[in-house]
Design a protein around this ligand. Structure first.
Ligand SMILES: [Zn+2]
Length: 418
C-alpha cells in the first residue's frame, strides 16, 4: 500500500466543498463523508458489545481483528455475546454484529434497510448470496455496526482498507459492489452501483501471463496494454528469482489503471484527505495513472503476499517490499539510507509494532522500514527472515536466538548508521 493517512478532520470546510463538487462532476459517485462521522461516533464509546449468530463462533483471527481495530486513535473495550444470550439491557449498548447476516434472528437487530435472504442478504432488488459477499453498515444513530460476511472464509476488506466514508459498503471479495448512504430511519438513499461504474469506466481487459489489465477509457492507447503487460510480467519473473520464490504461486491478478488518484479514490471509497496513489488489495492492484514505479510497488506486494506469505504488520510488510527494490537499484538503497539517517529519531519499537496505526502517518517510514528490514536480513539471514516474516514472529525470534529485545536491536541499528 502506498498511502498516507492524514486526519480528514483537519480538512477545511472549503476543501470539503471543493472535493465533493469535483467528485460529483467527475463521475456519478455520491460524495463521501470525509469525516467518517458514523464510524467515529460508533467507536467513541467505552465499550462495544460484539454479537454473533448463536452457534457460530468467531475465529481467533477475527476476534483479534475486532479488538485490535483502531479508528482515529480510539479503541473501545469489547465484550462478546452469542445472539440468544442478549438481555434487554444489552440493546442500550453500541452493538457490532459480526457473522453471516442471514443467520441472525432477533428482529430488533434486523431493522435496517438490508434484508436477509437464502445464504446471503439483499439491498433493494440486489441479491448478494455469493460466499464472498459481505457488507458493512452503520445505522443513522451510530449505535449499530454491521460487519457481516456470508461465510467465515470471505475476505474482510476493512482489515486492508479504511472503510466508513459511506454508511453502507457492500463488497464482493475485495471489490466494492455497492456503497453510499441508506437511512434506517427515513429510508432515504443515495447509492453507487460500483460494479456498474467499473464496467463503464474501463476498456476491455487484456490478459498477460500474470495479469488481467484494465485501463481507464480516459487513459492512453490500447497498444499500452501490451507494453505494460510485457514489462510487468518480466518484473514478476525477476522478482521471484531474486526473492527465491515460486512464480507458480503468483495468482492471476487484476490491474486497474485509473486516470488519476481522485478517480482511484472514488472507486475505493477513500476521501481525498487520505492520499492514495496505489493500493494492493486482495486479487487486485489499483494504480493512479500509468505509473510504472507505483505499479511495481503494488505488484511487489502481490508477489510477496502470495509467493512468500502474509504479514499483517505494515512495518514489516512495507519494509520487506521496500527492501525488494534494493535488488534492482543501488540508487534506491542509497536514497533510503539517506532518508533513514536524516529521520532516525522516527525509528522506535512503537513504529515497528505500528502502535496506534502510526506507520502510515509519515512517508519517511517506508525508507526507514526498508533499511531496517535489510539490517535484520543481514543479521538473521534471508531464509530465516522469510520464515519468521510469514510466522509473524520476527521480534520473538530475535529475542530468543539473539537475546535482543526490539529496543536493543534498534539501538544496535542506530549505532551502525550514525
Ligand atoms: Zn505498499
Amino acid at each position: 500500500m502506498l498511502k498516507i493517512r492524514t486526519l480528514a478532520i483537519v480538512l477545511s470546510i472549503a476543501a470539503i466543498i471543493f472535493f465533493s463538487r469535483a467528485a460529483a462532476q467527475d463521475s456519478k459517485f455520491v460524495p463521501m463523508d470525509d469525516y467518517y462521522s458514523l464510524m467515529v461516533k460508533f467507536h467513541s464509546v467505552d465499550t462495544v458489545l460484539v454479537v454473533f449468530p448463536s452457534g457460530n463462533l468467531i475465529t481467533k483471527a477475527d476476534s483479534a481483528f475486532i479488538t485490535g481495530f483502531v479508528f482515529w486513535g480510539k479503541q473501545p473495550h469489547y465484550l462478546f455475546k452469542e445472539e440468544h444470550s442478549l438481555k434487554s439491557s444489552d440493546y442500550k449498548m453500541n452493538i457490532q454484529l459480526f457473522g453471516a447476516y442471514y443467520l441472525f434472528s432477533k428482529k430488533r437487530l434486523l431493522e435496517v434497510p438490508i434484508e436477509q435472504c437464502d445464504a446471503g442478504f439483499r439491498v433493494d432488488t440486489n441479491v448478494f448470496s455469493h460466499p464472498h459477499d459481505a457488507f458493512f453498515y452503520i445505522t443513522d444513530s451510530a449505535t449499530r455496526f454491521y460487519t457481516c460476511k456470508n461465510t467465515p472464509e470471505a475476505p474482510f476488506p476493512i482489515r486492508a482498507l479504511v472503510t466508513g466514508a459511506y454508511q453502507l459498503n457492500v463488497f464482493n471479495g475485495y471489490n466494492y459492489a455497492l456503497n453510499g448512504f441508506y437511512s434506517d430511519v427515513t429510508g432515504a438513499k443515495r447509492l453507487n452501483s460500483v460494479s456498474l461504474f467499473r464496467n463503464r469506466y474501463f476498456k476491455q481487459p487484456y490478459s498477460s501471463n500474470f495479469f488481467n489489465i484494465f485501463i481507464s477509457n480516459d487513459l492512453g492507447a490500447d497498444s499500452l496494454k501490451r507494453s505494460i503487460a510485457q514489462e510487468i510480467d518480466s518484473f514478476v519473473l525477476q522478482l521471484c528469482s531474486l526473492l527465491k520464490c515460486d512464480t507458480a504461486l503468483v495468482p492471476t491478478t487484476n490491474l486497474y489503471f485509473y486516470k488519476n488518484r481522485e478517480e482511484l479514490q472514488l472507486f475505493l471509497a477513500q476521501p481525498l484527505g487520505n492520499t492514495m496513489y496505489g493500493k494492493s488489495l486482495g486479487d487486485a492492484n489499483h494504480i493512479a495513472g500509468l505509473n510504472l514505479s507505483i505499479l511495481k510497488h503494488e505488484v511487489g506486494h502481490t508477489v510477496i503476499d502470495n509467493a512468500i506469505g502474509l504479514n499483517p504488520n505494515p512495518f514489516w510488510q512495507e519494509g520487506f517490499r521496500q527492501f525488494s527494490d534494493y535488488f534492482f537499484s543501488a540508487e534506491s538503497l542509497a536514497k533510503d539510507k539517506d532518508t533513514t539517517s536524516q529521520n532516525i529519531q522516527l525509528l522506535s519499537s512503537s513504529l515497528v509494532s505500528n502502535s496506534n496505526g502510526i506507520y502510515y502517518n509519515n512517508w519517511n517510514h517506508y525508507a526507514i522500514s526498508g533499511c531496517f528490514v535489510k539490517f535484520v536480513i543481514d543479521k538473521i539471514g534471508f531464509t530465516q527472515f522469510k520464515q519468521q516474516y510469514i510466522d509473524g514472529s520476527i521480534e520473538k525470534y530475535i529475542l530468543e536466538k539473539h537475546n535482543l529485545s526490539m529496543d536493543d536491536l534498534i539501538i544496535e541499528y542506530k549505532s551502525s548508521v550514525l
